[in-house]
Design a binder for this molecule. Sequence first.
Ligand SMILES: [Zn+2]
Length: 339
Amino acid sequence: MLVVHHPDQALHDPEHVFRMGRFLPQPDRAERYRVFLAQSRKHASGVVEAPLCGLAPIHAIHDEDYVDFFRNVWDRWSAIPDAGPQVIPSVHPTHRMRRKPKDLLGELGWYSNSTSCPIGPGSYQAALASASSALHAAELLLDRGGPVYALCRPPGHHAYRDLMSGVCFFNNAAIAAHRLASKLGRVAIVDIDVHHGNGTQDIFWSRGDVLFASLHVDPDFGPPYYAGHADETGEGAGKGLTLNKPMAIGTGDRDYLAALDETLGAVGAFGPAAIVISAGLDASATDPVQTFKLSNECFAEIARRVTGLGLPTLIVQEGGYLNDNLAACLGAFLRGFQD
Ligand SMILES: [Zn+2]
């Protein structure tokens, strides 16, 4: 298995998010990059440092004004005399608010939907390195076959075309899937992160060439809220190509694998030429988010069942947060692709 990464991913390391009325440690620490790299090396036939990509593949998925805002926000923020040590919004447009203002705080709220995307001096460079890793992994999959593991941090699946969301800035899986689809035709994305891939769903909502399937905690009871219900199925050319499997808090291996089998059946029926796995590890029983109860063996079994589709497979790292089992969980998952 090829492993693709870029060291600039560790440049993003803000300390806090604001949640439940207090500042809490930011879950997507730079240390995750080092844990994932050390573990994935053990399963690698080769480790590749991705070249940093230009803006064209980013603009294929994200609006140019959003990308420009993100690229410049730290410089604008740090020029404000009494600004805090990290960029965190404190106001957002919501229902019936449709005009983007020119002031920094107002614009920041326009391009984000919560306080969960703190930005520091290296955040843009890290997000670009993360997206570049996904894109280069897609190129390697096209050239050499798979599976290929794209170590991506910060993750991407909550990022919309014009919105940073849930510790995500650029939608790495979407950038990679778009590249694969432009070359191969039909591509499927299966998102196993415990949180719904709301950004990815929105990006491919009305496209006929990319199927998006997600297994996640019921959005009525867990973040990212607002999307991921079973009756959301896409529209236009994408009608029927969004597939959501919301599940209860506390879901364990057996129920999860039953939902996975249904999902992979639909993926197979779609007839994709390649598959992208949005590989969150935060459905693990040991993850700090404490939502699902999956064992490491279940992650290995997920990988084996995906492999059973017989498709070129790109694994894109999403969530999964620091805990004593994080490296072992990734190891079990990657090993499952090699069984
Ligand atoms: Zn997650």
